[in-house]
Design a protein around this ligand. Structure first.
Ligand SMILES: Cc1cc2nc3c(=O)[nH]c(=O)nc-3n(C[C@H](O)[C@H](O)[C@H](O)COP(=O)(O)OP(=O)(O)OC[C@H]3O[C@@H](n4cnc5c(N)ncnc54)[C@H](O)[C@@H]3O)c2cc1C
Length: 529
């Protein structure tokens, strides 16, 4: 890889001052784990880089459908390098379940970033989460999931729709102390790899719509020792190739109900929050990898007799990257921090939980835009070789493009945000938190952010339902942008003036619709880290 990437071989923890400052703000205790973070940073810059590229280009998972005796086995064969790496990474899911922090987990996820590998770890984490909170009788599975002896999965999407979970038709019929599932799931990450999956299904007699869905744990092998479902095929994806994603057929498959059937949709939304936060933080991790590649490139490549970094427009593009990377990172960790404070709640939830969900929509949606744009710009700044699959940078853009799609595309984040506002009044906590932050910052840009928040919320409140949906996506972006301005100002209090500069730049560009002001041209501190 050293001929294909500049970021390869670097310690990605040591190269990331933004991450250090964000963790110091939200998780001061991180210093006790610094050795682990440094070790992960080295792993992220070497083995993760090597294996993710290798799997993507040369060794994607292969579905083995029959054994030598003709029996269906439906198991994937992974590259041995990927298997070994996954086992090494598996303990990163442990901290929240062992008295530690979600921020600890997400910091490691940010360093790994690769969405194929991190998807496998996240769906495993989500399965452990559900057992931990709602199905303690399966604690033995949880232990295996947390030590990399088992892999989990979360299968909700059916062929007729992923966004509209209420349209799920997979049927569950009671059979003694268990259930039998019949039907199909159409997008199943972890298919052929997973040992136990979380699956949404509709128990017989349950009402139509999302409230009629229950959540089940479905092992690959049933209690009689037989294969419990079939993997019809793996999908041919443009990225995230490290995670096998397939189609699964359930025919009388044995399943175990999680908690109370009528709370299934709430459990499902809880696990979605875990993965939406992972998506947000790893999305910024992906952006950061591309950014690291570019920071090195502009110091090496010359044009018109100068290093690239000395051209004003290159500095402008580096500023764009620095602003988005820092803004998205602090928003992702802020949302994760609020989730951490609410995650032990159960239905019916308090306002604290609804607010955490509200922030997860803002973060998931806007970081995905940042990841897609930063990685696209990175390709462009590499020029023609940025477009070549031979080198590392093109893959990051392909990988980034999943972040706006899975875990709910932008329209779905916007509709869920609207619901959290109208039904749960979650925006009140947002106002209560962000208006004081922006008032304290007191700058012209902070005032602009306050006006954006108030104007955006007022427009949604004044709109009839269809118009409110029309405005909801723009609102999800504008509220996230105003939040990033506030959070960068807040970060400046502990991490220094650079973050107040980034806050002002962010507001100029994304709230006021101006070009980044040219004063940044002569401030390498803004764009060179
Ligand atoms: C690589 C990969 C892995 C995946 N892994 C899994 C997995 O493990 N488990 C799983 O359950 N799913 C998985 N998915 C599925 C993924 O979560 C869905 O594709 C996604 O949620 C969107 O659902 P859909 O594809 O059915 O699109 P649709 O629901 O058909 O939506 C299509 C478009 O319409 C928009 N839309 C839908 N409804 C509305 C509305 N009311 N108003 C406005 N716009 C709307 C959506 O935003 C979207 O842009 C995976 C997908 C991919 C690509």
């Amino acid at each position: 890889m050293r001929y294909q990437s500049y970021a390869y071989g670097q310690n990605h923890w040591e190269r990331d001052p933004d991450l250090h400052h964000v963790l110091a703000h939200y998780w001061p205790g991180f210093t006790a784990h610094e050795d682990e973070l440094r070790r992960f940073g080295a792993l992220a810059g070497r083995e993760v880089y090597e294996v993710a590229y290798h799997v993507d280009h040369d060794a994607p998972p292969v579905l083995v459908m029959h054994d030598l005796d003709g029996n269906r086995v439906d198991r994937v064969r992974l590259s041995p390098a990927q298997e070994a790496l996954l086992r090494e990474l598996a303990p990163m899911n442990r901290p929240p379940y062992e008295g530690g922090r979600w921020l600890h987990h997400y910091a490691l996820g940010y360093l790994v970033a690769d969405p194929g590998l991190y998807c496998i770890l996240t769906i495993t984490n989500q399965t452990a989460y559900v057992i931990h909170k709602y199905a303690p009788e399966f604690a033995e599975w949880k232990e295996k999931l947390l030590r990399g002896a088992f892999w989990g999965a979360t299968w909700m999407t059916e062929i007729q729709g992923g966004s509209d979970l209420g349209a799920n038709t997979l049927q569950a019929v009671r059979d003694g102390d268990a259930w039998r599932l019949d039907g199909e799931k159409y997008f199943c990450s972890g298919a052929g790899l997973t040992d136990v999956a979380l699956v949404t299904a509709r128990p017989e007699g349950a009402p139509a719509g999302p409230k009629g869905l229950a959540l089940f744990l479905v092992p690959r092998i049933n209690r009689a020792g037989a294969l419990n479902y079939h993997v019809r095929r793996l999908k041919d994806k443009s990225a995230t190739r490290a995670v096998p994603s397939g189609e699964v057929e359930f025919r009388g498959s044995e399943a175990f109900q999680v908690g109370e059937a009528e709370h299934g949709i709430y459990y499902t939304l809880e696990v979605l929050t875990v993965s939406r936060l992972a998506n947000a933080i790893a999305g910024m991790g992906i952006a950061r990898k591309a950014h690291l590649e570019v920071l090195e490139r502009v110091q090496r490549r010359r044009s018109f007799g100068q290093l690239l970094v000395n051209h004003p427009l290159i500095r402008r593009d580096l500023t764009d990257m620095a602003v988005r990377v820092a803004g998205g990172l602090v928003l992702g960790f802020h949302a994760a921090d609020r989730f951490e404070k609410a995650w032990e709640e159960r239905p019916p939830y308090t306002a604290r939980y609804h607010y955490a969900r509200f922030l997860s929509h803002l973060a998931k949606n806007r970081t995905a835009d940042h990841a897609a744009e930063v990685t696209r710009l990175a390709m462009e700044l590499f020029g023609g070789i940025g477009f070549l699959e031979e080198y590392a940078v093109a893959r990051w853009h392909r990988e980034a493009l999943i972040t706006p799609i899975w875990e709910g595309p932008s329209n779905i984040q916007a509709l869920d945000l609207l619901e959290a506002m109208h039904k749960k009044r979650a925006h009140e906590a947002f106002l209560a938190e962000f208006i004081p932050i922006l008032e304290k910052a007191g700058t012209h840009e902070a005032r602009a952010a306050r006006e954006v928040i108030e104007g955006t919320l007022a427009r949604l409140a004044d709109s009839e339902p269809e118009a409110a949906q029309w405005y909801a996506k723009d609102a999800t972006i504008r509220l996230a942008d105003a939040a990033q301005v506030g959070l960068l100002y807040q970060l400046a209090e502990t991490a220094g003036e650079r973050y107040a500069r980034l806050a002002a730049l962010y507001a100029r560009r994304f709230l006021l619709g101006e070009e980044y002001p040219a004063w940044a041209l002569r401030e390498p501190a803004v764009w060179s880290a």
